[in-house]
Design a protein around this ligand. Structure first.
Ligand code: UDP
Ligand code: MG
Length: 314
C-alpha cells in the first residue's frame, strides 16, 4: 500500500477557458495512479494568481464538486514564479509527500506525471519534465529559448536543458527549496542547485488547449534576464576582462603612437589624445569591474542562500 500523498500545483492567471478540461485530465491521471497503488491519495491545488476573469469562481465551484480540488487565491497578480512558489510552500507546509508543478494550459503532457511518480517511488527526489522537441513552438520561441539555455550554462548557471517548470519534487526537496530567502525567483535554476537524486522524463510539448499565452515577449525577456542575473555574477567579471583587454590594446597603441610621433608624421595633439583615450578607457573599465566584483559578493551575501543540503547520513 503506497503512502504517497501527491499534490499537483497549478498556477492560473485568467485561465477560465482551460480549467474545466485541466481538472478532468488531472483527476483522471490521479485516479489511475491511485488505482495502480502508485500513490495513496492525489490532489490538485489551483493557485489563482490574481485573475480578472472567472478563474476563481470556477476553482470554488470545482472544489465543491470534486474533493480532489483545492484552491488558493492570491490577492494580486504576482507572476507565474511567485504563484508557483505560493503553491509549493503551501504543499510543503501541509506535508504532502510530493508535489508536481504544471501549467494550467495542458501544454505539458499530463501522462508524464505517471512516469514522474514511478521515479519518485524508486527514491528520486526531483523529476524534471524535459521537452523532447519543440514542434509546436514558433521558430523564434524555439531558438531564443535554446539560446537562453546555452547562455545560461555558459555563464555557469545550472539548468536542465529544455526543462521549464513541469517537475515533481519530494517533500524533502520542497523543504530545501523554501528555505531560500530570495525574492527574485528563477525556480528551474534554484531546484537544480539543491542537488538530491534526480531523473528526467521526456515528453512532447503540445499547443495550448485554449486561450492565449500569458507570457508575451517582454515578460519572457525579463524572465531570461532575471534567470541569468540571479545565478551568475560572470557578466560583472566580464567587465574586468574587457578593461584589461583595453589596457593591452593601449600598450600596443602607445608603441605605435610614439613611433609615429618620433618619425614626425603626426598632427600635433594626436599622440597624447590617442594614448589617453585607450589608457583611460581601459583603466575605467577595469575599475568598474573591480567594483563589480564587490557588488557580486554583496549580492551573494544578501541572497543568504542555504550553504548546503545533506543528502544522507550514516
Ligand atoms: N501564469 C500565472 N501568472 C502570470 C502569468 C502566467 O500564474 O502572471 C500561469 C498561467 O496561467 C499558466 C502558466 O503560468 O498556467 C504558464 O503561462 P503560459 O502558458 O501563458 O506561458 P507559455 O506556456 O506561453 O510560456
Ligand atoms: Mg503555456
Amino acid at each position: 500500500m503506497s503512502t504517497t500523498n501527491l499534490i499537483i500545483v497549478v498556477p492560473c492567471y485568467n485561465e477560465e477557458e482551460v480549467l474545466r478540461e485541466t481538472t478532468v485530465q488531472l483527476s483522471s491521471v490521479l485516479s489511475e495512479l491511485e488505482k495502480t497503488d502508485s500513490i495513496n491519495t492525489g490532489q490538485i491545488l489551483y493557485v489563482d494568481d490574481g485573475s480578472h476573469d472567472t478563474t476563481w469562481e470556477l476553482i470554488e465551484q470545482f472544489s465543491q464538486k470534486n474533493n480532489r480540488v483545492k484552491g488558493l487565491k492570491l490577492a494580486h497578480n504576482v507572476g507565474h514564479q511567485q504563484a508557483l512558489w505560493a503553491g509549493l510552500e503551501w504543499a510543503s507546509s501541509h506535508s504532502y509527500s510530493a508535489a508536481v508543478s504544471i501549467d494550467a494550459d495542458l501544454q505539458d503532457d499530463v501522462e508524464a506525471i505517471k512516469e514522474m511518480v514511478a521515479y519518485f517511488n524508486q527514491g528520486k527526489d526531483i523529476v524534471y519534465g524535459v521537452r523532447k522537441e519543440r514542434k509546436t513552438d514558433t521558430f523564434f520561441k524555439k531558438h531564443t529559448a535554446q539560446l537562453f539555455y546555452k547562455l545560461m550554462s555558459g555563464l555557469g548557471g545550472e539548468v536542465v536543458y529544455n526543462h521549464a517548470d513541469f517537475r515533481l519534487m519530494s517533500l524533502r526537496a520542497l523543504k530545501s527549496l523554501i528555505v531560500h530567502p530570495e525574492r527574485n525567483l528563477f525556480l528551474r535554476g534554484m531546484v537544480c542547485s539543491i542537488g538530491y537524486p534526480s531523473a528526467c522524463v521526456y515528453y512532447d510539448r503540445k499547443e495550448r488547449f485554449a486561450g492565449e499565452s500569458k507570457y508575451p515577449l517582454s515578460k519572457m525577456l525579463n524572465f531570461a534576464l532575471d534567470g541569468i542575473t540571479s545565478f551568475s555574477v560572470k557578466p560583472l567579471r566580464l567587465i574586468t576582462s574587457f578593461g584589461l583587454f583595453f589596457i593591452l590594446i593601449a600598450i600596443v597603441i602607445i608603441g605605435y603612437a610614439l613611433h609615429s610621433f618620433i618619425i614626425g608624421h603626426v598632427i600635433p595633439g594626436w599622440t597624447s589624445l590617442l594614448i589617453s583615450m585607450w589608457l583611460i578607457g581601459g583603466t575605467l573599465l577595469t575599475a568598474l569591474g573591480i567594483i563589480g566584483e564587490y557588488i557580486g559578493k554583496i549580492y551573494k551575501e544578501v541572497k543568504r542562500r542555504p550553504r548546503y543540503f545533506v543528502e544522507k547520513e550514516v
